[in-house]
Design a protein around this ligand. Structure first.
Ligand code: SF4
Ligand code: SF4
Length: 423
């Protein structure tokens, strides 16, 4: 029997909302697309167009020629109306193009034939990914993974374990684009030659994976399918590698969203100009929208019929690690995969008290740290000792913060201390 893998610590997730097959709806096209020149934590590339230019759908706007930068393409045909200084939702200061929609789409709504099939090696794949600019689900350039020498890789992990609860976009792809995902795994099989393949998933998705498993077997793809328990943060790459008993030095991981982006690049020469975005909250049914980057978040919420009350928050990501969006007129960028609406009634509120030494943060920390002690060391200005005791091993999963009955803002404290040590 294939017993779901698990790890010490973490939190067992109460059965998630039973999500049946989700319909993917098309979001509205942005009439005025706002395109920041940087859309992840990397450097700014070179602008290839300027104010007043007319651009085609998918035309390259920014060439990703800086360190860790990625190319950015136009999500719509139209005219560049303005170039403005801009700060992204994650605090990156850059510039942005404002593109007014106009002209003809050459791909959207058209029957574009797929690219002819060909054998890829890692360099060919990397060149294509660099040209079409894709990020993985954590917001890192996908080309970085393809920079690794495939001969040094013993194991390729396909990580389909959700990174956080209440994120459904990967599940949607597993249900609606599963054949495309398998086709990409097939390409990776050729690229990584002798490496063995493990495909990890949460036992909640067993039904979807029975289908995937059967198809892979029929195609003769040698893949070890490994279920994991529905436990947060099981989808964290480092933790998963540890749980699988592998050595991170010779392992590479690809998540479901990356497989999907690779498919679009390989088969359709399609740059990352749209996202499968899931919009969820504790109470409402999740919605999945296919939206163009550059679309305002407020437009997307309107499309989904979501109204934000005064003190509700809109987070990029999930409830544990999500970051609040302050201005709902900000656009969807390449690094946004999920919006979580945290209704005011579900927010943990309350005054901060002293630590009552309940030990909950210690028993749940997946990095096996003592968050209570680390917090006290930071308060006492003994950060060096905190680092000696493993502060830099914190993965910012947010569990200690979540379980703390004294409402101590542990994660902020750790993040600020680590950030201060690197500046
Ligand atoms: S945020 Fe850091 S210290 Fe807190 S539980 Fe997660 S890994 Fe442990
Ligand atoms: S969970 Fe909070 S109150 Fe309990 S030991 Fe940790 S820091 Fe202290």
């Amino acid at each position: 029997m294939n017993i779901p893998r698990s790890f010490a610590g973490g939190v067992e997730l109460f059965p998630m909302k039973k999500v049946q097959i989700l319909e993917v709806k098309n979001g509205q096209l942005p009439k005025l697309a706002l395109i920041p020149w940087v859309q992840h934590q990397g450097s700014e590339g070179t602008a290839l167009v300027e104010y007043g230019d007319f651009v085609q759908e998918e035309q390259i706007l920014i060439k990703g020629d800086g360190i860790n930068s990625v190319s950015i393409h136009s999500p719509v045909p139209g005219r560049i109306e303005r170039v403005i200084p801009y700060e992204t939702w994650s605090g990156i200061k850059t510039k942005a193009f404002l593109i007014s929609l106009g002209g003809e789409f050459h791909r959207l709504g058209k029957d574009v034939p797929p690219e002819p099939k060909q054998e890829y090696n890692i360099q060919m794949l990397r060149d294509k990914v660099l040209e079409f600019g894709a990020l993985d689900s954590e917001g890192y350039p996908l080309s970085q993974k393809l920079a690794e020498d495939p001969k040094k890789i013993n194991c390729v992990i396909i990580n389909s374990v959700p990174k956080e609860p209440y994120q459904f976009n990967e599940k949607v792809l597993l249900q609606t684009r599963w054949e495309d995902l398998i086709s990409t795994v097939n390409v990776l099989h050729n690229v990584y030659g002798e490496a063995r393949f493990v495909w990890a998933y949460t036992s909640e998705d067993k039904k979807d994976f029975n289908r995937i498993k059967n198809r892979c077997q029929r195609l003769g793809l040698d893949i070890n399918f490994v279920p994991t328990r529905n436990q947060y943060p099981q989808g964290d790459d480092s933790l998963l590698i540890k749980v699988l008993g592998l050595n991170k030095e010779d392992v590479i991981t690809y998540d479901t969203l990356s497989l999907h982006s690779l498919f679009d690049i390989i088969n359709n020469n399609k740059p990352m100009v749209e996202k499968y975005l899931s919009i969820t909250s504790v109470d409402a049914e999740p919605v999945c929208l296919k939206v163009r980057i550059g679309t305002k978040i407020s437009t997307i919420l309107e499309d989904c019929g979501v109204s934000i009350e005064n003190n509700d928050q809109v987070l990029v990501g999930g409830p544990f690690r999500g970051a609040q969006i302050k201005d709902l007129d900000m656009p969807i960028t390449k690094d946004i995969n999920n919006l979580f609406i945290l209704e005011d009634k579900h927010r943990t509120k309350g005054e901060e008290y002293s630590c009552i030494h309940c030990g909950w943060c210690i028993s749940t920390c997946p990095s096996r740290l003592n968050p209570s002690r680390l917090s006290m060391l930071i308060d006492a200005d003994k950060t060096e000792i905190a680092f000696d005791e493993g502060l830099d091993l914190c993965s910012f999963c947010g569990i200690c913060d979540f379980v703390c009955p004294s409402h101590i803002p542990l994660i902020n404290k750790f993040q600020d201390t680590i950030n201060a040590s690197t500046t």
